[in-house]
Design a protein around this ligand. Structure first.
Ligand code: 4AD
Ligand code: MG
Length: 451
């Protein structure tokens, strides 16, 4: 037998199941029960995956009476022991402890115990909730999706671009921005500054020089929305591509979504099985189907047609020109098509100034990707390149042209067709995990009235 104890983690142990090896493992106790035979069984989790490793502690261990007997959920321990083939049917490997060192005990008011705690209650303790199976699984999925997104673009020669967080431009033109200033309000930047709502405008400049770029960063919206789909601080992924038109843009969005969902299904199997069992029954099957079928492509006008002809009673009435509400979007992708839908050619009046105006003079080449259970997950467009038309659109939106000369310059010097979109990263995590509230898929949610 070797003397040295090999450091490892639960994920590696369960995957490789090395037998007869001296290992050292550290983690948090999930449960502990004592048997009449003079043993304790400890379920240990270290966050490396959703499953636990079983530790068997013999009564003969030095600190059995004083310490091990008192272990309970949440305690942090370090275990040195031998890996053995398990007799139990729930695991293939377990650890017979030679030594258990207590790293951190828990106080009586430790809130995460065996009984189920609601996600709502867990939100009041964002520093402890990652100790639960659900939030742990969500955060591992979130991390994997980030890597999958970077991989997708990296494989396609996109340049990863970091656009500013403090900015002077309001990309969406909706005025929903947080101001940035110093405590003594001495106007640090000598002009008003805000937190960005989108990196798109800055990304356009780099697309028109580097070709294919994408951003992946935090964005901020001071809109007073209290829904399960809105955060005040969220992360957005924004590809922007020179020479792409609206059709290329739709294809990129569809390929992109399918590719990262497939990656999660392949690489996050344990966590996905957990979501399928505990969060949304059948979600794996639903996601597999989505990866295999074509997204529906539909114009706004046809969507209005379908919605007005449906016998469904909507809370908000519809007519051509009105903005679609979540209930309409969800009817289309959940009930009518039961598939992701890409809506295009929206009325110019309900979309931002930067979208390309169609020849009909009424609609623009914007696109929203709607998915079942969420509604809008992606918003994007082909960009307006004609300097006279975009100037007029900006004036109509009440934008101070003076501050956007650089943006107009992009249309004056070496301009070209280009297009891009923004994916709401938390909505993606929601979609793939089946979590119903967006506040449960970001480590520290920020919403109106809640920091
Ligand atoms: O549709 P939006 O507002 O589009 C843009 O910001 C464009 N500038 C993107 C681009 O073309 N480069 O936002 C894009 C996506 C939405 O589809 C939604 O998924 C998400 O960002 N989103 C939010 N997610 C969480 N909380 C909020 N308050 C969100 N607002 C938008
Ligand atoms: Mg949108």
């Amino acid at each position: 037998m070797q003397n040295k104890y090999q450091n490892t983690n639960v994920k590696e142990l369960l995957q490789k199941a090395p037998i007869d090896i001296n290992i050292n493992i550290k983690g948090w106790v999930r449960t502990k029960r004592s048997s009449k035979g003079g043993f304790s069984f400890i379920e240990l989790n270290d966050g490396s995956n959703i499953n636990n490793i079983q530790i068997i502690a013999d009564k003969k261990l030095d600190n059995y009476q004083d310490e091990i007997e008192h272990l309970r959920a949440g305690c942090c321990i370090s275990v040195q022991g031998l890996s053995v083939k398990s007799q139990g049917k729930n695991q293939n490997i377990e650890i017979h402890a030679h030594k258990i060192q207590i790293l951190g005990t828990v106080q009586d008011d430790y809130p995460i115990s065996k009984g189920r705690i609601s996600l709502e209650t867990l939100r009041t303790m964002p520093h402890l909730r990652p100790r639960t199976n659900t939030i742990g699984a969500v955060m591992r999925l979130r991390s994997h999706l980030s890597h999958a997104i970077h991989n997708f673009f990296n494989q396609r020669d996109f340049c990863y671009l970091n656009t500013p967080i403090i900015t002077a431009s309001d990309c969406e033109g909706a005025g929903e921005m947080f101001g940035v200033t110093t405590n003594d309000k001495n106007d640090f930047f000598k002009q008003p500054a805000q937190l960005t709502v989108s990196g798109q405008l800055e990304a356009e400049a780099f697309a028109l020089s580097l070709g294919k770029v994408y951003t992946f960063g935090p964005t901020f919206r001071a809109e007073n929305s209290h829904t399960s789909r809105h955060l005040s601080e969220f992360w957005m992924v924004e590809p922007e591509v020179a020479f792409n038109n609206i059709d290329d843009n739709m294809q990129l969005a569809e390929d992109f979504l399918k590719s990262i969902i497939k990656s999660a299904l392949t690489h996050c199997q344990d966590d996905m099985n957990f979501f399928d069992m505990r969060i949304e029954k059948g979600i794996i099957n639903k996601l597999e189907n989505i990866c295999q079928s074509d997204f529906i492509r539909l114009s706004y006008t046809d969507a209005i047609d379908i919605l007005t002809k449906s016998n469904k009673k909507f809370e908000y009435p519809l007519n051509w020109g009105c903005d679609l509400k979540s209930e309409h979007e969800r009817y289309l992708c959940e009930e009518y098509f039961n598939a992701p839908v890409i809506l295009t050619n929206y009325p110019a009046t309900i979309k931002p100034f930067y979208m390309y105006c169609n020849d009909d003079g009424k609609t623009v080449r914007g696109m929203d990707v709607l998915v079942p259970g969420i509604g809008e997950i992606i918003g994007g467009s082909e960009r307006e390149t004609r300097v006279d038309i975009i100037t007029k659109r900006m004036e109509q939106s009440g934008i101070d042209l003076h501050a956007y000369q650089w943006y107009l310059d992009l249309r004056r010097h070496g301009s070209a067709t280009h297009a891009g979109f923004g994916l709401g990263f938390e909505r993606l995590v929601q979609f793939v995990s089946g979590m119903s509230n967006i506040r449960d898929v970001i480590p520290y949610p920020r919403t109106p009235g809640h920091l």
